[in-house]
Design a protein around this ligand. Structure first.
Ligand code: URA
Length: 502
């Protein structure tokens, strides 16, 4: 390389060595920049030294935007690459921070061309490397080694080391190219050795026939477009692709095969897998239509398809209310939690278990009550593998309100107990200070509405407050039991009154 960039007549500059890797160039460029060496004062020397895997962080410290282009362009075989990358870096650091936006700038245009060419080559290398099983050496390694011969135009192997290492993580393999070879032992790091020749790689193993069969089978003669095919699978790669040997014959036979397909009688649907199965949504709709409008089972089927708010997407399922349609007491919670979302039933998690214990204390059986929530989908924030509860917003309460209203209309309970602030807001249509409403009675249609602390609040509260919350919740449940009368704990099934769930 000459001292003044790309000009053969210019005097030689300061020799500037750097190893072959992108990280080596970054380090050398860093030193040159720090020393204030202008691009034309440097003579970048031919790269010498050991290759190693190129990693994402190798360009750390380069200006944002430039690192990604430079990391790819560096693999281009052009002799000017390293000085030109340095000139770009110099310009970015010396008053031209927006340089990369100037697509017409010759340095930028070149950078982009190189980056595109390398990216395309890397893509083709991933697609067209074909491994063959190498015959084990006598007395050599017992495990098979898979070896590929490939002739990339650019030095893409170090940039693809991570890709191949992850894809063939447990196999021992080598990719040989004329300039360098990349090896992996089925564990540890990828390592590089000197270039090889086609004769060093095995030829013709059992996989070759598999590739040919595969290609013959995916080749559709009726869709033959030779130019598009050659753009996808350029001819320069054919010589190392076992399946490419099939191409000429397949092209020659394409017209006749297409005509034969047209002439053949329409195929009978011999491969049919039976009638198309009904979609889950369709099945729910059909089941729902068979049930009495407004009944709890019908509401539950309809709610299972509810998409009225964005909570439906991330949640596992709609958690509808559960309990007898004749229940005299309805408990309304906030929303299903993690356990409820997975089980599809309300109050089965820690808060539900606590609630069940308190119900038993005041002489109520869970099975005699109807338990539901103001919001029927679990709202959460993912954190690693965990799903952290998030309070529902007013919009979620509003979207779910019709389901709650319909449930209450179907049951017509004597007493409703709103557990926690969300349920109170859903039933009263406004926020209330729960602490002030202990013992107060509200109306919800013909029912008495009591406001009580949510059992989950007892689980979260410090010991001193938990006792008071517990007492208030028990009082409300006991009051609900009194107001509902003996009917609150229903008679056995055969003595039940006429009203049925469906
Ligand atoms: N909390 C609620 O509000 N409802 C449930 O179903 C479970 C926990």
């Amino acid at each position: 390389m000459q001292g003044s960039l790309f000009s053969a007549a210019a005097p030689a500059g300061r020799p500037w060595p750097a190893g072959p890797n992108f990280a080596d160039w970054v380090a050398a460029a860093d030193v040159a920049l720090a020393a204030g060496h202008a691009p034309e004062s440097l003579d970048w020397q031919p790269a010498k030294g050991a290759w190693r895997e190129q990693r994402r962080g190798d360009g750390a410290g380069l200006p944002p935007g430039f690192a990604r282009y430079a990391a790819a362009a560096h693999a281009h075989v052009g002799a000017e690459v390293r000085p030109r990358l340095y000139r770009l870096l110099w310009r970015l650091r010396h008053g031209e921070p927006g340089l990369l936006d100037l697509a017409a700038d010759p340095d930028v245009a070149m950078l982009r061309r190189w980056e595109r060419a390398v990216r395309r080559e890397a893509h083709k290398t991933k697609a067209f490397v074909r491994f063959r099983e190498a015959a084990p050496e006598v007395g050599g390694e017992a495990r098979p080694r898979y070896v590929a011969w490939f002739e990339p135009e650019h030095r893409v192997l170090p940039t693809l080391a991570g890709f191949f290492r992850r894809r063939y993580a447990t196999l021992a393999w080598s990719i040989l190219t004329p300039e360098l070879a990349m090896h992996y032992e089925g564990e540890g790091a990828v390592w590089f050795g000197p270039g090889a020749s086609a004769a060093d790689a095995p030829r013709g193993d059992a996989f070759e026939e598999a590739w040919r069969v595969y290609y013959r089978n995916i080749f559709n003669p009726a869709r033959l477009k030779i130019a598009a095919m050659c753009a996808e699978m350029p001819r320069k790669y054919w010589k190392n692709l076992p399946e490419a040997a099939e191409i000429p014959g397949l092209i020659r036979a394409a017209e006749a095969r297409t005509q034969a397909m047209l002439d053949a009688p329409a195929a009978t649907p011999a491969l049919h897998c039976g009638p198309r199965p009904e979609s889950p949504g369709g099945a729910l709709q059909r089941e729902a239509a068979a049930l009495r409008p407004g009944s709890l089972p019908r509401l539950a089927r309809e709610a299972a398809r509810c998409q009225a708010c964005p909570l439906a997407g991330p949640a596992t399922q709609t958690v509808f209310g559960e309990g007898p349609a004749q229940a005299r007491i309805v408990l309304v919670g906030e929303q299903p939690g993690d356990a409820e979302d997975l089980a599809g039933r309300p109050f089965v998690g820690p808060a539900g278990q606590l609630l069940e214990g308190l119900l038993a204390e005041v002489g109520l059986a869970r099975e005699a009550l109807y338990l539901t929530n103001a919001v029927k989908h679990f709202r959460y924030r993912p954190q690693g593998k965990r799903r952290l509860h998030q309070n529902p917003e007013r919009a979620h309460i509003e979207a779910c309100r019709p389901w709650l209203e319909n449930e209450l209309a179907a049951i017509a309970p004597t007493v409703i107990v709103a557990l926690g602030a969300t349920a109170c807001e859903a039933l009263l249509g406004r926020r209330v200070a729960l602490a002030d409403s202990a013992g107060q009675r509200y109306r919800y249609g013909a029912a008495t509405l009591l406001l009580a602390p949510h059992p989950a609040a007892l689980l979260r509260a410090p010991a001193g407050q938990a006792t008071a919350l517990r007492a208030r919740l028990c009082d409300s449940l006991a009051l609900a039991a009194r107001l509902a009368g003996p009917e609150a704990t229903p008679p056995t099934t055969d003595q039940r009154p006429e009203r049925r769930a469906d």
